[in-house]
Design a protein around this ligand. Structure first.
Ligand SMILES: Cc1cc2nc3c(=O)[nH]c(=O)nc-3n(C[C@H](O)[C@H](O)[C@H](O)COP(=O)(O)O)c2cc1C
Length: 369
């Protein structure tokens, strides 16, 4: 009886948030077959509510100051309830992803709806499954001069799809709102374009970003910068570009090494088909980079791990990486820079991967009963 009352109350709040009547998934809904937990700290069987809401910022504060203030006012409240949160600001919009027990998430949402610094919350995802967010808090800022209306269009499209009975996975909602595909992912046309997402990290600072900038310039693509911070960690950068050549789209994402260990990043890494490691022929730095790759994917199901592409001129580095990764259960592809060709040879190699990539239509999750 008490439980039923709680369920009704919770659904009442979410329905109110939804603004218009929408049939909401029930807690008993089966998780989608392809869900998995990317972090070892998480029990992969235990299900949580994953709720994603977009809202319009209504404050004159600087975005970074707003995010920091919200973090400071949220951490203790969320921690008491074991609710994990990722919050991103872009062009006058907030996108928040919350995970935890249903009643706890709804307490956070109730508190959030009272905040004066935003308005008009819209639910974009409501589903149950294992936790995907590995950390208690992550926040980000998109440094892209996009009109507010551009984000509104994507949010409204996702909202209309949800109301129509079709919802995307949390990763897909996050990507569609915060990292829209230049080749038209939000309209669905990118589904027909061969494309793959490649993560790039370098043993030396700035090299991954430099490669993405080079590829963007070559293909007349735009480089978009994000900054992320965790509960205690300083902010770190991520930059991406959608490089389309002859109807093949390659999303290249450069992530600073510290960005890889954020809980949100760990959840998103499962989206990548390949992870390029730009080695430096420096044993300490190379070992550190490889260790990050292994740590990030250690607990991810082998079928969701990206192939690791090692870029180095020394055959000894490839032989070492091959052995270390094989022991950890990863596939390794050496890219030898001794042959010359520089950035162009690597880019052409990655384009080939994109051409061969299987169609990625798996991000639509069925609505629960
Ligand atoms: C976009 C957004 C997200 C928020 N997320 C949380 C949260 O996860 N946990 C929480 O306890 N409060 C959250 N809050 C509420 C804040 O902790 C705080 O109550 C609010 O910012 C009060 O200030 P205001 O009324 O000036 O906005 C959020 C507020 C906003 C605007």
């Amino acid at each position: 009886m008490g439980c039923l009352h709680l369920k009704c109350t919770v659904h009442g709040i979410v329905k109110a948030l939804c603004c218009i009547a929408v049939s909401l998934p029930s807690p008993s809904s089966a998780p989608p077959a392809h869900t998995f937990a990317p972090s070892g700290a998480i029990d992969p069987v235990r299900k949580v509510l994953r709720l994603m809401c977009a809202s319009e910022a209504a404050s004159t504060e600087q975005p970074y100051a707003s995010l920091t203030r919200i973090r400071d006012q949220s951490l203790a409240f969320n921690a008491e309830r074991s609710v994990h949160a990722a919050l991103l600001y872009m062009s006058g919009w907030y996108l928040q992803w919350l995970e935890g027990r249903e009643a706890d998430v709804m307490q956070v949402v109730t508190r959030t709806t009272r905040a004066r610094s935003h308005a008009r919350l819209r639910v974009l995802h409501y589903g149950f499954g294992p936790r995907l967010l590995g950390d208690a808090w992550c926040m980000g800022l998109v440094q892209r001069p996009e009109a507010r209306g551009g984000v509104a269009e994507r949010v409204n499209q996702l909202r209309a799809q949800l109301v129509g009975g079709k919802q995307f996975s949390p990763l897909s909602v996050w990507r569609r709102v915060t990292m829209p595909m230049q080749a038209g992912e939000s309209t669905g046309s990118a589904m027909e374009t061969p494309h793959c997402r490649v993560l790039i990290s370098s043993a030396l600072p700035h090299q991954a970003h430099a490669f993405v900038s080079w590829a963007a310039e070559r293909t007349a693509a735009q480089v978009i910068e994000h900054r992320y911070a965790g509960e205690h960690t300083p902010d770190v950068g991520l930059a991406y570009a959608d490089c389309t050549v002859k109807a093949v789209c390659l999303r290249l994402v450069a992530a600073a090494r510290h960005c890889l260990s954020l809980g949100l990043s760990k959840a998103m890494h499962c989206d990548f088909t390949h992870w390029v490691c730009l080695f430096a022929n420096d044993p300490t730095r190379d070992a550190e980079l490889l260790q990050r790759a292994i740590d990030t994917f250690r607990d991810v199901d082998a079928t969701h791990r990206p192939e690791i592409v090692g870029v180095a001129s020394d055959p000894g580095v490839h032989a070492w990486a091959q052995v270390v990764l094989a022991q950890a259960g990863f596939l390794y592809r050496p890219h030898d820079t001794q042959q010359g060709g520089g950035n162009r040879a690597l880019f052409d190699q990655l384009r080939l991967f994109a051409q061969q990539a299987p169609s990625t239509s798996g991000s639509i999750w069925p609505m629960a009963e």
